[in-house]
Structures are given as structure tokens and as C-alpha cells.
Write a protein that binds this ligand. Structure first.
Ligand code: GLN
Length: 310
């Protein structure tokens, strides 16, 4: 790992370039996130061979937020199978904001597992017979992907639990629609926890490289997800991972990706590598302005768009 070599040099230059972008602001609806330093900016690239390249604040911890949705969706598929999961959450882009209080009117499901409604429904599917077991399984899942146990950021977890009334509205609406069955507060507790694990850009790149590597962590060699379900996760990331920017993202960058309100974006190059960028100021869609710009530049520079064959 290091800033050596042509990729490291490229990332260092890129880091300096995107540092000049001043668009957006740290998310403020979760009080704890509003405290983030807007100048932070970290980049990491991890390959399926286990190489990691980093630049800037790559080791600064931040809460994973919505990026967790991709991993928990994979887990739900592995535990319950496609048919069962599809009954509870669709795979259709919502064209709406991440926190939209709306279900697909045709079948009353949340549109997809990458928006809050779908992710809350997916959180209910985490394996375990009681809250403690489910929390432990969640921690184990994320640790397998990252290759190390991830610490829970208690302050952010409690901050969101205290203020996440919009997510409460979504959960109760889904209870009334029969899309969740357990006590909404229990499901929300798990969802707030899954959003509050701390990662670094390096952790996130390794988690993405695990998806790129058919579910096997390229550093530890441990399987984090059945290879059968990696394409499901990556497809939904491509179509829905960037909220109401998903279509434009697919058009411009053409890689499966997932963003989070704390300022992270994870983009996966299937079979090859993953790019993780973290910078707290987010735009109107909830995507990090610097991370978005950086992903576009990397994809363009290395011809990464999946449908670009020349
Ligand atoms: N925890 C955040 C929420 O539920 C996650 C949203 C996000 O990262 N877009 O509002």
C-alpha cells in the first residue's frame, strides 16, 4: 500500500484537483454529521489482487451510512433467497430522493434496497432470532467485507436514533402496508446501527473490491458473500445506488456505485477493483460533490464505463 507508482501519483494529483471544489455542505439533518470538517477528502483504490492505493485523508474514519445498504442487501439475499427478498423490496429505480416516504403503488413494496424505505425493509431480513444475534450478524457481515471489525460510532447512532423521525414514518408506513412485520422501532434500531459503523476510505475500497472479487475479500481471502448474489448487488447499485442521480451516474460513469450522506462514494469495477472516496460536503441529491467529480475523472481517465469497449 502506498502513494508510490503511477496510480498513487494519479490519485495524489486528483486529490489536489478535487480539493478545489467547494460545492455542497456536510449533511445537517443528522446533527452529528453536521460537525464534519468540510475540508476532509480521502481516496482509496483496492484491486482484486489485494493492492491498495491511497491519497489524502484515506485513514480518516466516517460513518458508512447508506453505503451499508449494498452489503446488507447481499446478506438478505444469501439468507432468504431472491424470491423472498423480492416480495419485500423491488429492484426499480425510484427516481425520487433517498428518504422519500413512498412505496411502489403497484405492489406496495419499497422501490429498491438502496433508498431508505428499501433498506429498512432489508434490515428486517438480517439473520438472527433476537436483537443481540442480529446485531452480531450485522457486525460480522461488515467485518468480513472490510477485513477487520468495524467500530460503531455511538454518537452518530444515538444522534440518528434521536432525530430519525422521517425514517420512523417510513417504517410505520411499511408496517401498515405489511412490508415489515416486526416492531418498527426494533427494525429501525438495526438500520440506524448499520448506518453508523465507522469506515475509512481504505476500508470501503476493500469492501468494494470484495464485491468486485465475487464476494471474497482480496486481503484476507475470506468469503463475505456467496458469489451467486454479487451480480444482484452490483446491478442494483448501478441502477439505484446514487438515488435520483442514478440514471445520470450510469450514463456518465457507468459503474455500480453507492453513496452515503456522510460523504462517501464507493464505485466498483467488476472483476477488477473498487474506488472509495470520502469528502463530507454533499450536493442536493445527497452525493458527495468532490467524490462525484473524482469518480467521473477516474472513469474517464481509465476508460472504466462498463459499456465503453474502445
Ligand atoms: N442514515 C441515513 C438515513 O437514514 C442514511 C441516508 C444516506 O446515507 N443517504 O437518513
Amino acid at each position: 500500500m502506498g502513494m508510490d507508482g503511477p496510480i498513487g501519483d494519479f490519485l495524489k494529483t486528483l486529490h489536489a484537483e478535487i480539493g478545489a471544489i467547494t460545492d455542497g455542505a456536510p449533511a445537517s439533518y443528522i446533527p452529528e454529521l453536521a460537525k464534519a470538517d468540510p475540508n476532509l477528502c480521502g481516496i482509496a483504490v483496492a484491486t482484486v489482487d489485494g493492492a491498495v492505493h491511497v491519497a489524502g485523508d484515506w485513514d480518516h474514519p466516517f460513518t458508512i451510512q447508506s453505503i451499508s445498504k449494498a452489503f446488507v442487501y447481499g446478506h438478505a439475499l444469501e439468507v432468504h433467497g431472491r424470491e423472498r427478498v423480492l416480495r419485500q423490496v423491488g429492484v426499480e429505480p425510484s427516481g425520487d430522493s433517498f428518504n422519500s416516504i413512498a412505496l411502489d403503488t403497484v405492489n406496495k413494496r419499497p422501490f429498491n434496497p438502496m433508498v431508505n424505505s428499501g433498506a429498512i425493509a432489508t434490515a428486517e431480513l438480517i439473520a438472527g432470532t433476537d436483537a443481540g444475534e442480529r446485531q452480531a450478524n450485522l457486525a460480522t457481515l461488515l467485518a468480513r467485507f472490510a477485513g477487520r471489525p468495524l467500530p460503531l460510532d455511538e454518537a452518530t447512532y444515538l444522534s440518528e436514533k434521536a432525530t430519525g423521525h422521517r425514517n420512523r414514518a417510513i417504517a410505520w408506513m411499511m408496517l401498515s402496508a405489511g412490508m415489515i412485520e416486526r416492531d418498527p422501532e426494533d427494525v429501525l434500531d438495526l438500520y440506524f446501527r448499520q448506518c453508523s459503523y465507522n469506515v475509512t476510505a481504505r476500508d470501503l475500497a476493500i469492501m468494494g473490491a470484495t464485491l468486485a472479487n465475487d464476494g471474497v475479500n482480496p486481503i484476507t481471502g475470506d468469503r463475505a458473500l456467496d458469489a451467486e448474489y454479487c451480480p444482484d448487488v452490483l446491478t442494483v447499485m448501478l441502477s439505484c445506488g446514487m438515488y435520483n442521480y442514478a440514471g445520470q451516474w450510469a450514463y456518465e460513469v457507468g459503474l455500480p456505485a453507492k453513496s452515503g450522506v456522510s460523504g462517501g462514494i464507493l464505485a466498483v469495477i467488476p472483476g477488477q477493483a473498487a474506488i472509495a472516496i470520502f469528502s463530507p460536503p454533499i450536493d442536493a441529491n445527497g452525493n458527495s460533490a468532490r467524490a462525484l467529480a473524482a469518480c467521473k475523472r477516474i472513469a474517464e481517465r481509465f476508460g472504466l464505463h462498463l459499456f465503453r469497449t474502445h
